[in-house]
Design a protein around this ligand. Structure first.
Ligand SMILES: [Zn+2]
Length: 325
């Protein structure tokens, strides 16, 4: 039997048509960003806005659930560092950049760039679902770009330093004999809700907090289609063969560098052979049982919790609970 918990209020099911972090609304200006003079003018423009990221944390006002952006004047006051602003894009005529300020010393809430009592550098996942959709997406985009820059400061082919060009959308090797170009990467991962009749399969990963159950997931390997990756992961983790793999939607998940590709898949049988290295538990749950017993992710004392509200895992579960799939 699944673990029992006291009946609670129904879950707040997702209402959004778009996954969290999926659409910043910015024009990425793919052609303009190749023009160095245009970029320099945007960087110097007092109207341009900058999204600071400090040690993988985004700057937000959690009380008002909003991102804090700054102007060029605030950046000019920072201690000198190896700053390589990355162009996120344009909203109308206004350019938006992001900048890694991890070299600036800061306390528990990170450096205080401007006077703002509740401003703090936070892991985006702690506040993302409360931010305006496009704002949350822009912060996720910024985090993803800067993680890539931080991890690609040296050439993977010859080991020489690389430098940022095209507004931060390319890094090029500085060795004349090499000049290898690298582009921002995102790692495709499949995430799937496996169903059988009125039941779905949820697992608890050893890395999850206690009581949390979610969809199965795994990285796509070279030489695989998305569909074969779904089937392989489910077989490896739960010992179940699936058919009828159907795409749902995708979600940028820059924690640190993934693109989550969401699917539904139907199981041939309910017999499980759970891989206890990958999962500490996996079980079938009916819609009614989940509706009656599941609690929100933040209810940390609950014996059965569903994934956080900003995740595509949650969206897959919610849409299935609503009978939309
Ligand atoms: Zn090189």
């Amino acid at each position: 039997m699944p673990p029992q918990s006291t009946p609670g209020p129904q879950l707040r099911l997702s209402r959004s048509e778009t996954n969290f972090y999926a659409d910043s609304g910015l024009d990425r200006a793919s052609e303009k960003r190749k023009d160095e003079a245009w970029l320099a003018a945007r960087l110097a423009d007092p109207a341009s806005r900058f999204v600071p990221v400090w040690r993988s944390r985004n700057w937000v006002d959690p009380n008002e659930a909003r991102a804090i952006l700054v102007g060029r004047d605030v950046l000019d006051a920072l201690p000198p560092g190896d700053l390589e602003p990355v162009l996120l894009g344009l909203a109308g005529e206004v350019a938006y950049f992001t900048l890694d300020i991890s070299h600036v010393e800061g306390g528990e809430n990170g450096p205080a760039l401007i006077e703002a009592a509740s401003a703090t550098f936070l892991d985006l996942r702690l506040v993302g679902p409360r931010l305006a959709h496009r704002e949350g997406s822009m912060l996720a985009y910024a985090r993803g770009m800067l993680t890539w820059h931080r991890r690609h400061r040296f050439c993977g082919q010859c080991g020489a330093p690389t430098r940022s060009i095209e507004g931060g959308h390319v890094r090029v090797c500085t060795a004349e004999a090499c000049t290898l170009e690298q582009f921002p990467r995102t790692d495709p991962a499949v995430i799937m809700l496996v169903t059988h009749g009125d039941k779905c399969l949820l697992g608890s990963n050893p890395r999850f907090p206690p009581g949390m159950y979610s969809t199965l997931a795994g990285f796509v390997e070279p030489g695989e289609t998305l569909e074969t990756a779904v089937a392989r992961e489910v077989l490896e983790e739960a010992g179940v063969r699936v058919h009828t793999v159907r795409y749902h939607s995708s979600q940028p998940w820059p924690f640190p560098t993934s693109l989550m590709l969401g699917f539904y898949a139907e199981a041939e049988t309910e017999a499980l052979a759970v891989n206890t290295v990958e999962l500490r538990d996996a079980r079938w749950f009916t819609r009614d049982w989940i509706r009656a017993n599941a609690r929100e992710f933040h209810e940390t004392d609950a014996p059965f919790r569903v994934p956080r509200a900003d995740s595509i895992a949650r969206r897959l579960i919610d849409d299935w609970l609503k009978g939309e799939v």
